[in-house]
Design a protein around this ligand. Structure first.
Ligand code: FE
Length: 298
């Protein structure tokens, strides 16, 4: 079933972190994001494009993990339609109050939790700061963001079936493909990654049902210039930042990327050159390896 009401992008990502100061330094000096400083509630906001912010870091010494997903929808009618879908599934939905909407810089907002207990928001009317263009501290080009959202996220879920139902059938994301990385066992596998999209980005969300120390495996940000992946790779060596997966090319989205460790222990994938989904032509695919080459553990 494909929903007519669906998010248009994964617009913002919240993380509860033990060291906000380290994240501000890492986010701006290594990833090349721009800091908007601390908000009234003490959270750190980072941006990557015209959007006021894309990343929200809150102090949480015990978590160091994902604590918020913000999905953008086209307009208020879509927001209301999706609120209805959620309520029909028995999910409690709250309308965001003035304070919540101001904090996120959006016109309308609803709040609920996903089947994994992740605080989630649907919003429309994000604040764009075109009067104050994005400016990185680093000499890099722009990120691939805008209507494709901030990037993507790969996380562990309690139940693959339950999360697939929620994100695909209720929220309205579309399945891109599967990665089942155990070729010796044929196409069926216990390790089964689902990749879902809601715009031209191959996936905004990927998940698998696997025990991991953290919900978040990694989030991905994509640069427009290949050289910016290269210079960031060098920077990781220069600054002794752990590279968890070396430079490589993913099989499914064709992303050329590497994975570095963040101050919270999970990874950031820094990528370039992903293919884009043509919704008219796309059919669900299967891959039994995650990468065509590279992405080796050091
Ligand atoms: Fe990724």
């Amino acid at each position: 079933m494909t929903q007519d009401a669906a998010p248009t992008q994964l617009g913002y990502l919240g993380m509860g972190v033990s060291d906000i100061t380290a994240w501000e330094k890492f986010g701006t000096e290594v990833l090349g994001l721009e800091s908007r400083g601390r908000d009234d509630d003490g959270s750190l906001l980072l941006r990557m494009d015209d959007y006021h912010h894309r990343f929200i870091f809150t102090e949480d010494s015990a978590l160091d993990d994902l604590n918020l997903l913000g999905w953008e929808v086209k307009d208020e009618a879509t927001l209301n339609a999706l609120a209805g879908h959620l309520q029909k599934e028995g999910i409690e939905v709250h309308e965001g109050d003035e304070d919540a909407k101001n904090r996120r810089r959006v016109v309308h907002l609803i709040e609920f939790t996903d089947p994994n207990g992740i605080p989630t928001e649907l919003y429309c009317g994000p604040l764009l700061s075109r009067d104050r263009p994005f400016q990185s501290l680093r000499p890099i080009g722009n990120f691939v963001a805008g209507e494709q959202g901030f990037g993507h996220l790969t996380m562990s879920v309690n139940s693959l079936e339950e999360s697939l139902h929620f994100y695909r059938d209720v929220l309205g994301l579309r399945l891109s493909d599967w990665v089942r990385p155990q070729p010796d066992r044929g196409v069926q596998s216990d390790l089964n990654l689902a990749f879902l999209h809601c715009n031209r980005r191959h996936h905004s969300l990927a998940f698998w049902e696997v025990e991991m120390p953290k919900r978040m495996h990694h989030f991905m940000i994509q640069v427009q210039r290949l050289d910016d992946v290269g210079s960031t790779y060098d920077l990781c060596h220069d600054r002794d930042i752990s590279i968890d997966l070396t430079l490589g090319r993913h099989t499914n989205d064709g992303m050329l990327s590497f994975y570095m460790k963040t101050p919270s222990g999970f990874d950031v994938e820094y990528g370039w050159g992903a293919l884009e989904v043509d919704e008219e032509k796309w059919t669900v695919q299967l891959h039994t390896t995650g990468s065509s080459w590279g992405h080796r553990h050091l």
